[in-house]
Design a protein around this ligand. Structure first.
Ligand SMILES: [Zn+2]
Ligand SMILES: [Zn+2]
Ligand SMILES: [Zn+2]
Length: 640
C-alpha cells in the first residue's frame, strides 16, 4: 500500500524512454491530459523536444536547492561579485534556455498516476494495453529507484532500469547515483542532516530514502569536494588580491611575497564559552575577499566514550586518531588565538601573502599572541588596526557602565533630560561618525570627538558648536541651521546634558580619544565582512546544533565559497563531484546572485541606512519613556 502511493523523483531520462517506446511501438496512444498531470508550464518548449511533452506536466518541483539568502554587506557584495564578473547588468547569457531547464530537471511523480499514464500505452509486441509499471523494491538505492515495465498480457519485460543517472566517481566501485549525491548536497546546504532528510521523506510519502551509511558516504564525498572547491575559489581570490594591490602600486617583495592588510575574527558554534567548535577567518581588507579559515574542535564522542573503557586496543586508538575530529586541547576561549596562529603561520608558505596588518575587535588576544611569536621574523612587526564599529560600541558600553556605577553610588544620571539610553546611542553614533568621517586625520578626529561633549553641554545662552562638523548634513542641528541660514531654535528640543553629567563623561572621552587608539582607526574599516561571513557559515551549520569538525569544515568551505563568488560556486562543486552541471542549477544560481545584489544595493542605499538608524533611536526613546513611566521594574538584588 505505501509503495503504490509512494512519490519518487524521476530524472528526465524517463522521458527518453517514452520516446523509444513510442518509436518502437508505432501506434502509441497519447496519454490524455487530466487534472493530476498538472499545468503545462510552456507549450513551446515541450514542442521543441521530441514528444516528451506530456511528462513535462509533472515538472512541478525542480531539483532547486533552497539555500538561505545571503546576508552580506551590500557594497561589499557588489565589489566581491564584480571580481567574478557577476553584476546586476550581467545578462542571462550564461544561463540556459527554459527548454534546457525543463529537459534537465527532476520532478515528482506519484506512482499511481504513472500507472495511469502507462495504461494508455500499447505493448510493442502484442499491441495490448496491459503495460504495468513497478518499482523493483530490493534494487532501489536510496532515492534512485529501479523502474520495471512489463506487459502482463505477453509477459515481455519492456524496460528495467534505474530512473536516474550515476555520477562519475573513480574511487567508488560503483559510482553513486546523482540524485542521492544531490540530496546530500541539498540537505547540507540548508544546514540539515540525515534525520531531517528522514523526516522530510516521511512527510512527503517518499518511501525510498537513502540509508544512513550511504548518506554519510555522500557527505564525505561532499566534504572532499567542498574543500577542493574552496581551494579553487581561494586561488582565484588570491590572484585577484595580487592584481588589486598591483593597481595601487603595491608589489610583492623579491621572494614574491605580498604584504597585505586583513581583518581577522573568530566565532563559536555555541553561544557562551562552552562551544566545542570554533572557527577563525581572514578576509583581505582591500578587496573584501576571504583568504583562509581554520576550524577547531575540542571534542570527540568516540574518544570520550573509550576514555571510560580500560581495555581499548592500541590499534583502534591509532586508527581512530587519523580521523579523530578533536584537533584542539583547550577551552573555547583559547580557540580564537590558536586559529590566528595557524592562519598566520601558513600564509606565507601557502599563498605568498604576509598578513602584516591585522584588524581586530580590540579585546582580541589574538594580536598579542601572533606579535609575540614574531611569525614573519623579528624585524617584521604586525600592525594592529581597530574595527571602528567595535570602537563606537566601546563608547556606548562605557557610558552604560557609568550609568550603572552612578546608580550603585545612589546617584541617578539616566533620568529624563539626563543620560538616557537614547542619548547614549546618539553619543555612540556621533563618536562613530567622528572617527569614520575623519579617517587619516587623527587631530580632526579628536576635535570632533570632543565637539560631542561641547555640543551636549550647550545652552541657548552659551552655544558651543564651533567644533561640531559644519554643513547641511552635519549631525549638529546648530551647524545645519547655520549652513542653510535658518534659526537653530531652542536647545531644549535637542540633546543636551546637565553640566554635572557632562563633567562625568570627560574621562571616558579622554580614554576613547587616545592618539594611539585613533591612529589604529585611521583606515576606518570594520569587521562587518567577517561577521556576515560567520552568519552565513552558521546558516550552513546552525548554531546550537552540535556537529563534528568534518561536517563543520564542509559547511564553512561552502559558506566561504558562496560569500566570495555567490551561488556560482555550485557549478564548480558539481563538476568536482562528477555531476554534470545542469541547466536548472545554472538558472537558479543566476537568480540567486541577482537577488543578493538587489538586496545588497537596497540595503546600502542611504535612505535605508538612515531608516535603520532612525528605527534604533525610536526604539531606544520608547524604552526610556516606558522605563520612566513604569519605574524600575527589575534589577538584580534590587528588591532584597
Ligand atoms: Zn505484450
Ligand atoms: Zn576521537
Ligand atoms: Zn553642535
Amino acid at each position: 500500500m505505501p509503495n503504490s502511493e509512494a512519490c519518487f523523483s524521476v530524472h528526465c531520462c524517463l522521458s527518453t524512454v517514452f520516446v523509444i517506446l513510442r518509436k518502437e511501438m508505432g501506434g502509441v496512444k497519447r496519454a490524455t491530459r487530466n487534472k493530476y498531470l498538472g499545468r503545462r508550464r510552456n507549450r513551446n518548449l515541450s514542442r521543441s523536444k521530441v514528444s516528451t511533452d506530456d511528462t513535462a506536466g509533472y515538472a512541478d518541483v525542480s531539483n532547486a536547492d533552497p539555500r538561505p539568502p545571503s546576508c552580506d554587506q551590500s557594497s561589499a557584495s557588489k565589489t566581491k561579485l564584480s571580481f567574478f564578473g557577476i553584476s546586476l547588468d550581467s545578462k542571462n547569457e550564461h544561463v540556459s534556455t527554459p527548454a534546457d531547464i525543463q529537459s534537465d530537471c527532476y520532478f515528482f511523480v506519484q506512482k499511481d498516476v504513472l500507472q495511469y499514464f502507462f495504461d494508455k500505452v500499447l505493448c510493442y509486441s502484442c499491441h495490448s494495453n496491459s503495460v504495468r509499471f513497478d518499482i523493483v523494491r530490493d534494487k532501489s538505492c536510496g532515492f534512485a529507484v529501479k523502474g520495471h515495465l512489463k506487459c502482463t498480457s505477453c509477459g515481455i519485460v519492456i524496460f528495467e532500469e534505474y530512473l536516474c543517472k550515476r555520477v562519475y566517481d573513480s574511487k567508488a566501485n560503483r559510482a553513486p547515483f546523482e540524485l542521492n549525491m544531490l540530496a546530500a548536497v541539498a540537505f547540507r546546504g540548508i544546514g540539515c542532516g540525515y534525520s531531517a532528510m528522514e523526516d522530510w521523506c516521511g512527510n512527503m510519502n517518499i518511501v525510498h530514502c537513502q540509508n544512513s551509511s550511504a548518506y554519510q558516504k555522500n557527505c564525505e564525498r561532499l566534504r572532499v569536494a567542498s574543500q577542493e572547491t574552496f581551494e579553487k575559489v581561494r586561488d582565484e581570490s588570491v590572484e585577484k588580491i595580487f592584481k588589486e594591490y598591483e593597481k595601487l602600486g603595491v608589489l610583492p617583495d623579491d621572494n614574491g611575497v605580498l604584504d597585505i592588510a586583513v581583518s581577522f575574527d573568530g566565532s563559536w558554534q555555541k553561544r557562551g564559552h562552552s562551544s566545542h567548535n570554533g572557527i577563525g577567518s581572514v578576509i583581505d581588507l582591500l578587496t573584501g575577499l576571504p583568504i583562509d579559515f581554520h576550524v577547531l574542535s575540542n571534542f570527540c564522542h568516540k574518544c570520550r566514550y573509550f576514555e571510560s573503557i580500560d581495555d581499548v586496543s592500541d590499534i583502534w586508538k591509532e586508527r581512530h586518531l587519523e580521523n579523530c575530529p578533536k584537533n584542539f586541547e583547550g577551552t573555547a576561549n583559547a580557540m580564537e588565538v590558536e586559529c590566528a596562529k595557524v592562519l598566520w603561520r601558513r600564509s606565507e608558505a601557502n599563498f605568498k601573502l604576509r598578513y602584516s596588518t591585522m584588524l581586530t575587535d580590540g579585546d582580541s588576544k589574538s594580536f598579542d599572541a601572533i606579535s609575540e611569536e614574531n611569525i614573519y621574523g623579528v624585524d617584521r612587526h604586525i600592525v594592529k588596526e581597530e574595527c571602528i564599529n567595535h570602537i563606537s560600541k566601546r563608547m556606548g558600553t562605557a557610558l552604560r557602565k557609568l550609568v550603572e556605577t552612578c546608580k550603585a553610588q545612589g546617584r541617578s544620571i539616566s533620568g529624563r533630560g539626563q543620560l538616557t539610553k537614547e542619548k547614549i546611542m546618539k553619543i555612540q553614533n556621533y563618536y562613530g561618525r567622528a572617527v569614520k568621517d575623519n579617517a587619516n586625520d587623527v587631530e580632526l578626529m579628536k576635535k570632533r570627538i570632543f565637539a560631542i561633549l561641547f555640543h551636549m553641554s550647550s545652552t541657548n545662552e552659551t552655544p558651543k558648536h564651533v567644533h561640531c562638523p559644519p554643513g547641511k548634513k552635519s549631525w549638529c542641528f546648530w551647524q545645519r541651521a547655520e549652513a542653510s541660514g535658518k534659526d537653530p531654535g531652542d536647545h531644549k528640543n535637542h540633546e543636551t546634558l546637565p553640566v554635572e553629567v557632562g563633567k562625568t563623561l570627560v574621562p571616558i572621552f579622554r580614554r576613547l580619544s587616545d592618539d594611539g587608539l585613533l591612529k589604529r582607526c585611521s583606515r576606518a574599516k570594520t569587521q562587518n565582512a567577517n561577521e556576515s561571513m560567520h552568519n552565513l557559515i552558521w546558516r550552513y551549520s546552525p548554531k546550537g546544533t552540535y556537529v563534528g569538525r568534518k561536517t563543520l569544515e564542509t559547511a564553512v568551505a561552502l559558506a566561504v565559497c558562496q560569500f566570495t563568488m555567490g551561488a556560482t560556486y555550485r557549478s564548480m562543486l558539481c563538476n568536482i563531484l562528477g555531476i554534470c552541471e545542469k541547466a536548472p542549477l545554472k538558472a537558479f544560481s543566476h537568480k540567486k546572485n541577482l537577488k543578493r545584489l538587489k538586496y545588497a544595493e537596497k540595503a546600502a542605499s542611504k535612505g535605508q541606512k538612515a531608516r535603520r538608524k532612525q528605527l534604533k533611536f525610536r526604539t531606544a526613546a520608547k524604552e526610556t519613556m516606558l522605563e520612566h513611566k513604569e519605574g524600575i521594574t527589575y534589577g538584580a538584588g534590587e528588591f532584597d
